[in-house]
Ligand binder design. Structure first.
Ligand code: SAM
Length: 191
């Protein structure tokens, strides 16, 4: 029995596991320290393809190290892109099964370097305009507690309201019994 309390990141992985299969194409739109990247890569291998983005070189280094340590001599298929997820269309030509956005800043680093609605909306529009396959899913973990986070969250909520229910099934969840603003998990399933 796992005695540690369920966190939103763990809940996200439990749900995403249902959508991931070997051979699938996945995107980590915010590589950070590579925890989500490694989870995705393990779930789609063998045969899958993962693309991870980050605007910080340090994040991509951390992610590369995590992948290399885990996979050792195996060679999973992936690319790490030092660019904003806003430019997703330049790099992704194949249909995507799962796209993960863990928003905010790189833990332990400069809190001013953070995701923004301006960049995020471009990536979301590309994905919801056909890049995600029917049966695929976009996951967003949104933190409203930092500067800019509230603005990002309210814009995301406004955007997902515009997505047609015949085309998208959207769930929103968060830890309830807390006083601090808790992260919100948004799952956009493409029908
Ligand atoms: N998924 C990561 C993990 O498992 O460790 C955590 C991600 S961290 C909360 C958010 C990351 O988003 C930071 O590393 C930050 O540099 C990155 N970021 C901010 N704006 C970005 C953008 N426009 N495109 C891609 N990455 C961005």
């Amino acid at each position: 029995i796992n005695k540690s309390p369920l966190r939103i990141t763990g809940l996200n992985h439990i749900i995403l596991k249902q959508f991931l299969r070997p051979g699938f194409c996945a995107i980590d739109a915010t590589a950070g320290n590579g925890l989500d990247t490694l989870f995705l890569l393990r779930s789609i291998n063998p045969g899958g393809y993962l693309t991870a983005f980050d605007i910080q070189a340090l994040a991509l280094e951390n992610t590369e190290n995590r992948i290399k340590t885990f996979f050792n001599n195996d060679k999973p298929n992936y690319q790490l892109i030092h660019d904003s997820h806003a430019n997703i269309a330049q790099y992704i030509k194949e249909p995507v099964h799962v796209a993960v956005f863990n928003l905010g800043y790189l833990p332990g680093e400069n809190h001013q370097i953070t995701t923004s609605w301006n960049e995020l909306k471009k990536a979301l529009m590309m994905l919801t305009d056909g890049l995600i396959v029917p049966g695929g899913i976009i996951s967003l973990t949104v933190y409203s507690g930092h500067e800019g986070g509230k603005h990002e969250q309210s814009n995301i909520f406004r955007y997902i309201k515009t997505l047609a229910p015949e085309k998208f099934n959207i769930h929103v969840t968060r830890k309830w019994n807390t006083v601090k603003p808790s992260p919100v998990l948004i799952l956009i399933e493409c029908l």
